[in-house]
Ligand binder design. Structure first.
Ligand code: SF4
Ligand code: SF4
Length: 287
């Protein structure tokens, strides 16, 4: 393996580096909780001032875990201590309280599952932003019930935008639940549990599943809405056609009734025995 890290020669403390076996797939970049990976001139590179070997966030190196060609490696000539790495993580993330039982690859397999000790304070900026920018509740929370025409139209118009959905998340570390706007489930975003501050990187599979689920739900709702609107349009058309037929039948009936009344009136006047009226049988003076 040909070792060549982006800038390790400038910093004697590079622990994780990318070799020139890198195929530039980009899979590692969004996994890094420190945004330490970027695309260099020829290959992806790790900023040694930002890399903590994922200490503080994971008990493994996230970039190495996803690299398809295993070119995210520990530089044997530049070994860093856990103490130095967690100090760097704390400096990079002052908003996170890592506690003493932080995640660390140094304790992996030693029978001491790493825990984030960040259960109390303060809340990470990302989590705070996610909470403060909370959009309206999703449609599923609404209880529409029977609604008059105007309310139904208003309800249908109020389906939230896809990015406004609040996605429920159960922290795999502390087991508590929290909500994150759908727009934050972009590949590479780091989500923080507001209860224990455990981070979670959004991978393409999670982003895809959430987008797909919402897309399918919206397609289903839009189809149901189109069917409802078509049904209502059909019923309205049938109603107006029926009303027109009834009106036409009513007018015909009225015309016939008027003619009948005219006939009756004509019959009355024709049979009226008016004074001085010459009767047919008396034209010759009989009777
Ligand atoms: Fe980032 Fe962790 Fe890889 Fe270092 S080891 S570059 S912190 S993902
Ligand atoms: Fe290079 Fe591996 Fe990162 Fe892909 S995952 S860009 S091959 S270092």
């Amino acid at each position: 393996m040909n070792l060549r890290a982006g800038s390790e020669e400038d910093f004697g403390a590079v622990a994780t580096m990318i070799t020139n076996d890198c195929i530039n797939c980009g899979a590692c970049e969004p996994e890094c909780p420190n945004n330490a990976i970027s695309q260099g001139e020829n290959l992806y590179v790790i900023d040694p001032l930002l890399c903590t070997e994922c200490v503080g966030f994971h008990d493994y190196e996230a970039c190495a875990a996803v690299c398809p060609v295993d070119c995210c490696v520990t530089d044997p000539n530049n070994i860093e201590t856990e103490e130095a790495l967690i100090a760097r993580a704390r400096a990079l993330h002052p908003e996170v309280n890592f506690g003493e039982q932080f995640e660390s690859r140094f304790r992996k397999g030693a029978g001491k599952p790493a825990t984030s000790g960040a259960a109390k304070k303060p809340e990470p900026a990302a989590a705070a932003a996610a909470r403060s920018e909370a959009p309206p509740a999703a449609a599923a929370d609404r209880q529409p019930g029977p609604a008059p025409e105007e309310d139904l139209q208003a309800l249908l118009a109020k389906l939230p935008e896809v990015d406004e959905w609040q996605i429920p998340v159960r922290c795999f570390r502390c087991g508590q639940s929290y909500e994150v706007p759908a727009e934050r489930f972009m590949i590479g975003n780091v989500l923080f549990c507001p209860h224990c501050f455990k981070s979670m990187v959004v991978k393409d599979s999670l982003s895809f599943q959430i987008r797909t689920t919402l897309k399918q739900a919206y397609e289903k709702w839009q189809k149901a809405r189109a069917e409802l609107e078509a049904k209502r349009a059909r019923e309205l058309k049938e109603f107006y056609e029926k009303r027109a037929r009834e009106l036409e039948a009513f007018i015909d009936s009225e015309r016939r009734s008027i003619e009948q009344v005219k006939d009756q009136l004509r019959a009355i006047t024709e049979t009226y025995d008016a004074p001085g009226r010459i009767k047919k049988g008396n034209l010759l003076g009989w009777g």
